[in-house]
Design a protein around this ligand. Structure first.
Ligand code: ADP
Ligand code: MG
Length: 607
């Protein structure tokens, strides 16, 4: 007897559900996609307990007749394609005919639908994938799908759900994306009966951005436009000052489909080249329309990745459009020009932004930390002849306590090479002579490591004792606000003084001692950004550690920052004394070693 059997349809649907229906947010995503495909201009979503006890999506789209409403729950039943050839040019969001049967397999589901020309509608009730009833009913034109008790019959899956607040956060992120991708559709999202997002559907992308990211952020966005015969791009990019620590505020749609695409992300970031500090990423929303034949959407179970057939030319187009938007909007007052030699028209603005950031955010801390570097005036341009500069010439603004450093030279990291700096490359890397050959040290990474360990030893430095109090309103995304609710104690333990102001608005009234108001605020937002997109559970310890890493990163000397030899020496001496001198707190290397033998081999002195 053979061992292979054909699975019955119920089991097959449950298996498919494992792929398509990961959590309430994926159900919402599939249902909203169906509503969009049905040509709706208004879509309302409601969730209770993060969508686990109830979620519903109602639309004013085409609706279905009785036959279709029943057929929609069959596997591979779709009105969107009719043959494999259609897969080559998909114009709709759905096409596999899997969503409704998969969702129905793991929930109790009611679908009500009515077509415009019909006097009454149809109600289909499903439970665990089985048809319970189908009947005529009165309902508005369009379709309403209500999903109760998601995963009631798949307890293993249910166990993996996070708190209702966290699941609600993911749902809101999904709806945010739709709201920005479809400004011509009016969206409303209710969480436990409270409206948390509403867009008018008047077709203005910037309005969607404001609804999602807040008005203040929307004001800092610049329009991007591309029109060629086959490509149309509409979007908004954040000014460099709006940058974030992560890439989660980057949103790309290709033919109305939210996708993750590394090539396009990099194409946008290329245009910001040198405008952002290390580790910062621009905020942007891009709606890209190309011929459906140019993109394969059938490459990913959740359809969030696509393959582009002419990626390179699209990426080039985007880089140049973003560059133009930045150049047009970041025009420099001419007085700046003789101070800073500019390659690109916006380069000096960048320097200005950097200088401002230093000034407003971190200078306070740098001052407190007497042993740390003081920021040098950035208007002073790096010199190529850096390496011949004598120690006496060191800028007076750059005091480094060399004597102090020398005094403690004894307790080094075992095996750490004895390094003598000889030069700086690109104002970013230190070249040092070691016992065996040459070392290249990343000055930012090295300083980050030093500060991080120092802060870990004395975290109390940052905890509030006498804070300067102020009041600043902060508008968070729904997801960020959920993270904050769940962790308000941990944030206040760090020294942030926060009050709820209503909805997703909060008042920031104090920041940890040792951070300035703006610096503290930025770190606060970065932490929320990080934790609202990282599936890791937040503990007080994790938050504190991330806080200290962020502080170390912000306060560490940056790339493109000229150092004198004594400063380099001091930096290397202190690196030698850390517990983990070879990586920065993010895990990147602090140095690269070229041994004498490596050098000889490269010069073919040995074979
Ligand atoms: P797919 O979207 O891949 O076609 P689904 O299982 O999501 O598969 O939906 C099956 C079919 O049900 C769709 O092709 C569509 O014809 C119909 N349908 C689903 N939702 C709606 C809706 N909100 N309005 C109108 N028709 C719908
Ligand atoms: Mg679908």
């Amino acid at each position: 007897m053979g061992r292979i059997i054909l699975l019955d349809e119920l089991t097959a649907n449950k298996i498919a559900a494992g792929e398509v229906v990961e959590r309430p947010a994926s159900v919402v995503k599939e249902l909203v996609e169906n509503s969009i495909d049905a040509g709706s201009s208004r879509i309302e979503i409601s969730i209770v307990d993060g969508g686990l006890s109830m979620l519903s999506v109602s639309d004013n789209g085409l609706g279905m007749d009785a036959g279709d409403a029943r057929l929609a729950f069959e596997r591979h039943a779709t009105s969107k394609i009719s043959s494999a050839a259609d897969l080559d040019a998909i114009k709709s969001l759905g096409f596999r005919g899997e969503a409704l049967p998969s969702i129905a397999a793991v929930s109790r589901l009611t679908l009500k639908t009515r077509m415009r020309e019909k006097v009454s509608g149809i109600e289909v009730v499903m439970e665990g994938g089985k048809l319970k009833s189908i009947s005529e009913t009165g309902c508005p034109v369009g379709t309403i799908v209500e999903v109760y008790d998601l995963f009631f019959n798949t307890p293993a899956r249910k166990k993996h759900m996070k708190s209702p607040a966290a699941e609600a956060g993911v749902v809101s992120e999904v709806i945010n994306r739709f709201a920005m991708g479809y400004p011509e559709i009016s969206f409303q999202l209710k969480n436990n009966e409270r409206i948390i997002l509403k867009t008018t559907g008047k077709g203005e992308l910037i309005e969607g951005i404001a609804a999602v990211h807040g008005l203040a952020a929307a004001r800092e966005m610049l329009a991007v436009k591309v029109d060629t015969a086959a490509t149309r791009v509409r979007g908004f990019i954040g000014k460099p000052s709006l940058s974030r620590a992560g890439r989660t505020h980057q949103t790309i749609y290709i033919n109305g489909r939210f996708v993750r695409n590394r090539g396009i992300t990099e194409a946008v970031e290329r245009a910001y080249h040198s405008m952002l500090m290390v580790g910062r990423h621009p905020v942007f929303v891009l709606n890209i329309s190309i011929e459906p034949e140019e993109v394969d959407v059938n490459v990913h179970p959740a359809k969030t990745e696509v393959r582009l057939y002419r990626a390179q030319s699209l990426e080039d187009l985007i880089t140049s459009a973003v560059s133009v938007a930045l150049a047009e909007n970041c025009l420099i007052p001419s007085a700046q020009e003789d101070r800073v030699p500019v390659k690109a028209p916006w380069a000096s603005i960048t320097e200005e932004v950097r200088q401002e950031e230093w000034k407003i955010s971190y200078l306070d801390l740098a001052r407190q930390e007497s042993g740390e570097f003081q920021p040098v005036s950035i208007s002073e341009q790096p010199e190529i002849s850096e390496y011949v500069k004598q120690p006496e010439n060191t800028d007076a603004e750059d005091p480094v306590n060399i004597a102090d450093e020398k005094g403690q030279q004894n307790s080094g990291y075992p095996g750490f090479p004895d390094l003598r700096p000889v030069a700086q490359i690109d104002c970013t890397y230190i070249v040092a002579q070691g016992e065996d050959g040459m070392y290249l040290i990343d000055q930012h990474a090295a300083h980050e490591r030093i500060l991080y360990e120092k802060y870990m030893e004395r975290p109390e430095v940052f905890v509030a004792s006498e804070q300067e109090l102020f009041t600043e309103t902060i508008q968070l995304t729904f997801q960020e606000s959920q993270v904050l609710y769940d962790n308000i104690i941990n944030f206040s333990d760090l020294g942030f003084v926060i009050e709820h102001f209503g909805g997703e608005s909060f008042l920031l009234r104090g920041v940890p001692a040792g951070t300035s108001k703006n610096g503290g605020r930025e770190i606060f937002l970065d932490l929320l950004d990080y934790f609202s997109h990282n599936r890791a559970t937040i503990t007080g310890k994790a938050l504190r550690e991330k806080f200290l890493i962020t502080m170390a990163c912000k306060n560490a000397i940056k790339a493109n920052h000229k150092l004198g030899l004594p400063e380099m020496e001091s930096l290397l001496g202190r690196l030698a004394k850390t517990r983990n001198p070879y990586t920065c707190p993010h895990g990147r290397p602090t140095m690269i070693h070229f041994s004498g033998y490596d050098l000889e081999k490269r010069f073919k002195r040995v074979v």
